[in-house]
Design a protein. Structure first.
Length: 130
């Protein structure tokens, strides 16, 4: 069966539209966007090594993937159950829990990566001199 190239590019366009909808509609997605830009700028500034880039990008990707799935689930719940239902709330909370787990993982990775580039010894010496 041949590969339909225009169809492939069409589906990439739809996926990019999905990400745009997410950033416009979700406050948390805008927080992820600002954090992603800041982390990448800090990584460039501190000239972190390849392995650290890999770990950071993995953590960032995990947050974006879970946020996109969470947003899709939220919209699906709003569509099928716009009225208040306990199960609808639980479904949304579970999806949000996945984002929280990914965000905590990203925070821990960020601290582990960047702390290695900070001049702790210099700061400690300065501290003792005071
Ligand atoms: N249909 C519903 N039935 C029961 N509980 C709901 C329902 N919709 C939302 N909730 C509860 O409210 C929480 C927040 O809802 P939601 O994720 O839609 O965020 P929001 O802040 O209300 O809206 P948005 O994210 O679109 O700004 C959910 O995690 C869930 O606990």
């Amino acid at each position: 069966m041949p590969i339909n190239v225009p169809k492939f590019f069409r589906s990439v366009r739809y996926a990019l539209h999905g990400l745009k909808v997410m950033v416009y509609s979700e406050n948390n997605a805008r927080i992820h966007l600002v954090s992603t830009v800041l982390v990448i700028l800090l990584g460039i500034f501190l000239q972190i090594d390849f392995r650290d880039w890999f770990n950071l990008l993995l953590a960032i990707t995990l947050v974006w993937v879970t946020e996109a799935i969470n947003t899709a689930i939220e919209k699906m719940v709003d569509m099928v159950s716009p009225e208040y239902r306990k199960i609808a709330g639980e479904i949304k909370d579970l999806a949000a829990g996945a984002v929280l787990v990914a965000a905590i993982f990203a925070l821990v990775i960020g601290i582990m990566v960047f702390q290695a580039y900070l001049p702790w010894e210099e700061w400690l010496e300065e501290g003792f001199k005071l």
